[in-house]
Design a protein around this ligand. Structure first.
Ligand SMILES: [Zn+2]
Length: 478
């Protein structure tokens, strides 16, 4: 081991991202977001190397993960037999030295979200939470170290190859459009300890200076067309919608309270100040609608994810598989199973900025039921986007159950014909979308197939679960 390779990978966030650190909360932090981002000892935002190491490991083929990134595992046979199982530990050949956010400090953005009660169709109590995020465009560097015996090494080539096809994903909220990043370039510095220069460099430099002007660029996104491919679109295409009436996805903040009689409820905007429909809105609306559709057509083995108090999803039905589910509360340590710990969904929703949208303020007032006029002190104002187009990028990483795919087509059809709306105030005419011609045409052609899939499944499930009278009689008489 006389040659040290340092790789400096520069990344750029292409969506909001953060590694949340709820453990950072102390007694006095009531006013801070529920999910603050991780910070270093100096209070600067920070992305732990382990987050990126995990993402890079995920990119490697299954059979090479242990050789490259190490592993800790118990011998499954012995633990199944009830004996004291031996733990095998393999050290990682790729060492993650650390990360650093290199772009000048951009203002952090905050996102609030809540869950919607499936019965009342309104926000559920105690589910509002706020997340702190790094804005898109934030740049960071990740340093990796690999030790080899020779200057040339297949291991190094493999890691560089892995990096050049890497789709970095950071932190939580991946299925609602957070945490996407892109590799800008990778620089490689060889430090050969057998040479005087190498040894001097190793002994006199440290930290980021190890990758100096002698480093070579082994990857640059400008030279690789397109870079690593994104996850595929679920329907092979993005879907185009236009706003039919007015859209209000609130940011949970109120502006100029002083200038007006009441404050104006602000809509959510992205880092470029463009109104945006967040991935979480798309995901929530479509999940709720898919649940409704499957239950309405009699496919009853789907759970209502936020209907009852205790659970965040059953973890076993097709909807949970496609959309993910959260950890079930109140489970004792002995009863922990794969279903109770929660899992990430297969469907990936992204933020949709509204193009060419006009923002205006609408005023509303409550009517006094006795006098019939406007009620005192009940005026409220909110920003709405009155027109414009938006694109839904619905991607997937992993197999999505056919049933959910079919129900999604119908749910999107409901959005396109106005049976379902997105955002706030859908019962007073807000949030109606129409499909752009190409998408409308596609929805119309897919609809027949989707209905057929649901029908076939119902016929199958019906024959399996409802016992035939003859069989039931047999059981009873036996
Ligand atoms: Zn479920």
């Amino acid at each position: 081991m006389s040659v040290i390779h340092i790789l400096a990978a520069e990344l750029e966030l292409t969506s909001p991202a953060a590694v949340a650190a709820p453990e950072a909360h102390t007694v006095g932090s009531i006013l801070r977001p529920g999910l603050p981002l991780a910070r270093d000892g100096w209070g600067n935002p920070y992305i732990p190397g382990s987050s990126l190491a995990g993402s890079l490991r995920h990119q490697a083929p299954q059979e090479r993960q242990e050789a490259l990134f190490g592993d800790v595992r118990k011998d499954p046979e012995e633990s199944a037999a009830g004996g004291t199982s031996e733990t095998t530990v393999t050290a990682s050949a790729v060492r993650v030295l650390g990360t650093r956010i290199t772009s000048p400090r951009a203002p952090l953005s905050r996102r609030r979200r809540t869950a919607v009660d499936r019965h009342r169709a309104a926000a559920r109590a105690n589910t509002l939470h706020e997340r702190e995020l790094l804005p898109p465009g934030t740049e960071l560097t990740l340093w990796l170290r690999i030790d080899t015996a020779q200057r040339e090494s297949p291991l190094l080539d493999e890691v560089i190859g892995l990096l050049s096809t890497w789709r970095p994903r950071i932190g939580g909220g991946r299925t609602t459009g957070y945490g996407r990043a892109e590799l800008i370039r990778v620089r490689h510095r060889v430090i050969d300890l057998a040479t005087t220069d190498g040894l001097r460099h190793w002994l006199t430099c440290g930290g980021p200076e190890l990758v100096d002007k002698h480093a070579t660029t082994v990857y640059h996104r400008a030279q690789v067309r397109g870079g690593a491919p994104d996850e595929p679109h679920l329907f092979g295409r993005p879907l185009e919608f236009a706003i039919a009436d007015a859209l209000h996805v609130g940011s949970g903040t109120v502006s100029d309270r002083s200038a007006r009689r009441t404050g104006v409820a602000r809509i959510l905007r992205d880092h470029e100040d463009t109104p945006v429909v967040p991935g979480s809105s798309w995901k929530g609306v479509l999940r709720g609608r898919v649940e409704l559709i499957l239950r309405s057509v009699g496919i009853g083995d789907v759970c209502a994810s936020v209907a009852d108090e205790q659970s965040g999803g059953c973890g076993a039905c097709d909807i949970c598989v496609a959309f993910g589910w959260t950890e079930q509360s109140g489970v004792s340590a002995d009863d922990v199973t794969a279903e109770t710990v929660g899992a990430r969904g297969k469907l990936l929703f992204a933020d949709s900025p509204v193009r060419e949208g006009t923002v205006r303020v609408r005023n509303h007032v409550a009517i006094d039921r006795v006098f019939g006029g406007a009620r005192d002190e009940a005026l409220f104002s909110e920003e709405t986007v009155e027109n414009g187009q938006l694109t839904l990028h619905l991607r997937h990483d992993g197999e999505v159950p056919a049933l959910v795919r079919a129900a999604l087509v119908l749910a999107l059809g409901d959005l396109a014909d106005g049976s379902a709306g997105i955002g706030g105030g859908t019962t007073r005419g807000y949030g109606t979308l129409t499909a752009e011609p190409a998408t409308a045409e596609w929805l119309a052609t897919e609809r027949a197939q989707a209905v057929e899939t649901l029908r076939a499944h119902r016929a199958e499930a019906g024959s399996a679960s409802i016992p035939s009278p003859a069989k039931a009689t047999e059981e009873v008489s036996a």
